[in-house]
Design a protein. Structure first.
Length: 115
């Protein structure tokens, strides 16, 4: 089954309506600390992609903190790692969607909105 994607507009709309969003950022911690998507209704988690790769082989329980009853929006810098991680999580019965274009495109989207 193809992975669900979510656009920046869709994410922005969800945040505007205060819909609860679980956002999984799979970038390195320093990149996450430098900038990540924040909002009142956003529950942001930072689990490095390597931990998610390990979880596929049951070598890590890093994803245990993720809810199975909510959609999880997975993001990274451009969307490539997020897609790999989302596939792994989807196989573990998590409800996932990938943020199209990742953080890079999200920043561009915010800059364009500000103009």
């Amino acid at each position: 089954m193809p992975l669900k994607k979510i656009t920046h507009e869709e994410l922005f709309q969800k945040m505007n309506t205060q819909e609860k969003i679980v956002l999984l950022d799979v970038r390195a911690e320093e990149k996450y600390n430098d900038f990540h998507i924040e909002g009142q209704s956003v529950e942001s988690q930072n689990i490095h992609k390597e931990e998610i790769f390990k979880s596929e082989e049951n070598k890590s329980n890093a994803v245990g903190s993720l809810p199975k009853d909510k959609e999880i929006v997975v993001t990274c810098t451009t969307g490539n790692s997020a897609t790999k991680c989302a596939n792994i999580l989807s196989n573990q019965e998590y409800n996932v969607a990938v943020l199209d274009g990742g953080i890079t495109a999200w920043k561009e989207f915010l800059e364009n909105r500000a103009e």
